[in-house]
Design a binder for this molecule. Structure first.
Ligand code: AMP
Ligand code: ZN
Length: 119
């Protein structure tokens, strides 16, 4: 398991920086975003340090699939409304032009009644 000692999200995984945990297993950690852009807003990250989505390879196929399939489950558990009238948004920023600020891959999961700060 690779960790970057200077990485904010690696420190969150290790518990060196506090977070409001949503979910954890051997591969994945999820926690509430500190500046929520929607009524429900959490981040899902791989435990291993990978800076960007574009750094991931075929070796990460299972990990990415797991994260995608966890998103609806965790969104519902966090209070997202089910069905077509409810739902959630999954967002993954990649690089500066993609709006990425923290260089440890993270999937935003946002939900709850609109309007949101982020559309
Ligand atoms: P991005 O712009 O995709 O890199 O998103 C980074 C996200 O990390 C932003 O939504 C921040 O609000 C969030 N964030 C930064 N620091 C923390 C922290 N200590 N705990 C939880 N979320 C954080
Ligand atoms: Zn990291």
């Amino acid at each position: 398991m690779s960790h970057n000692p200077d990485c904010l999200f690696c420190k969150i995984v290790e518990g060196k920086i506090p977070s409001k945990k949503v979910y954890e297993d051997e591969d994945v950690f999820a926690f509430h975003d500190i500046r929520p852009a929607a009524p429900i807003h959490f981040l899902m990250i791989p435990k291993k340090h990978i800076p960007m989505l574009s750094d991931m390879t075929i070796l990460d196929e299972q990990l990415l699939g797991k994260m995608m399939l966890l998103a609806p489950k965790l969104a519902l558990e966090a209070g997202a409304r089910p069905g077509e009238s409810g739902g959630f948004k999954v967002l993954l920023n990649n690089g500066a032009d993609g709006g990425q600020e923290v260089y440890h891959v993270h999937m935003h999961v946002m939900a709850g009644p609109r309007p949101w700060k982020y559309q």
